[in-house]
Design a protein around this ligand. Structure first.
Ligand SMILES: Nc1ncnc2c1ncn2[C@@H]1O[C@H](COP(=O)(O)OP(=O)(O)OP(=O)(O)O)[C@@H](O)[C@H]1O
Length: 319
């Protein structure tokens, strides 16, 4: 049985404000399963529908159509059973300022009917570098410390499935590393992890499989390694002060003077270099590197809209 199953999930938000405005389809027939023990990444640009999908999973929003199950429990019909199997680390820092850290964790344990949970709470506090903050009041903690408490709160009932919604946005490097070591260790013990992130290098390092959302549709569902192997093999990286010829400009990612040009192999690299020479583009600091997840992401996001239904298996990447 999958840990999480999304089946034909759609979400339409009614038109806001002016009459005549069209309703917004935030999710369009999203189907995929996440198997037990997987470390799974959900990626997509702003507004792709990631938070909407996680809100439906958490029972905080209702799907317009389709079903979502956690360990076989429907998130609507069996809400409490589904919720018990989930530990959700939200994007926003929400907490009660009057509790100490330990009280907040005890309170959350009580919500799940767990009353003698201090051994596990101590383990969480020490694993997340919060041991000396147990008696601190929540309002005295820094933003990074509050985020650690949110992670501890999500895990207080030892959920088999852990959902992290952009947990490292605006978080310093040290906390990111603590968090990832902790979550990776839980994953090794068998916990399923679903992560949404804007940091593609994080997804590349951690996630075994990825789904990419674009405008509410799944446009790729693949093992991370397969996605990387199927994608453009190389990227030509250089700096220039000159304008690129239009056929190269259309394919290039340009950041100030830095240009990154995808190339499928040696022949295309040579063709790009010839085109640059012919256009009189002066190139500095030229490097050829292997494509990474960011290149794959940009390639898929820039691909023309898909006309066929999204994949429901891990069969391949649509382009
Ligand atoms: N409560 C709501 N009412 C109306 N529209 C909404 C609501 N919540 C989200 N949307 C819209 O639905 C679409 C998907 O939003 P969602 O927040 O799920 O995307 P996201 O992929 O999580 O984006 P981000 O990376 O910016 O968090 C967006 O166009 C957004 O404006």
């Amino acid at each position: 049985m999958p840990a999480i199953s999304f089946q034909s999930v759609s979400k339409v938000y009614p038109a806001a404000g002016k009459s005549g405005a069209a309703p917004l389809k935030a999710l369009d027939n999203v189907s995929f399963d996440i198997e037990e023990g997987e470390f799974f990444g959900l990626l997509g640009p702003n507004g792709a529908g990631k938070t909407t999908l996680i809100s439906i999973l958490a029972g905080l929003a209702r799907a317009t159509a389709g079903t979502v199950k956690v360990h076989g429990y429907d998130v609507q019909q069996d809400f409490m059973q589904a919720r018990r199997h989930l530990g959700i680390v939200p994007q926003e820092l929400v907490f009660d300022p009057f509790f100490t850290v330990r009280e907040a964790l005890r309170f959350q344990s009580g919500y799940f009917g767990l009353h003698r949970n201090d051994d596990w709470i101590d383990e969480l506090l020490s694993g997340l570098g919060l041991a000396d903050k147990a008696r601190a009041n929540m309002r005295q903690l820094s933003g990074g410390m509050k985020r650690r408490v949110l992670v501890a709160q999500a895990l207080v009932h030892k959920p088999p499935v852990i959902v992290l919604d952009e947990p490292t946005a605006g978080v310093d490097v040290e906390l990111r590393q603590t968090l990832w070591q902790f979550v990776a260790a839980l994953n090794r013990k068998g916990h399923t992890v679903l992560l949404t992130t804007h940091y593609l290098e994080e997804a590349e390092a951690l996630c075994q499989r990825l789904a990419m959302l674009k405008k509410g549709q799944v446009i790729a569902l693949e093992r991370t390694s397969t996605l990387l192997n199927n994608a453009t093999a190389n990227v030509l990286y250089f700096k220039t002060d000159n304008a690129l010829p239009p056929e190269l400009a259309a394919q290039a990612r340009t950041t100030g003077r830095i240009v990154e040009l995808p190339a499928s192999g040696p022949a295309e690299i040579e063709a790009h270099l010839a085109a640059l020479r012919q256009a009189g583009v002066a190139v500095e600091d030229l490097e050829i590197r292997k494509a990474d997840l960011e290149d794959v992401f940009i390639q898929l996001m820039n691909a023309p809209a898909i006309a066929t239904p999204p994949p429901t298996t891990t069969a391949g990447v649509l382009s």
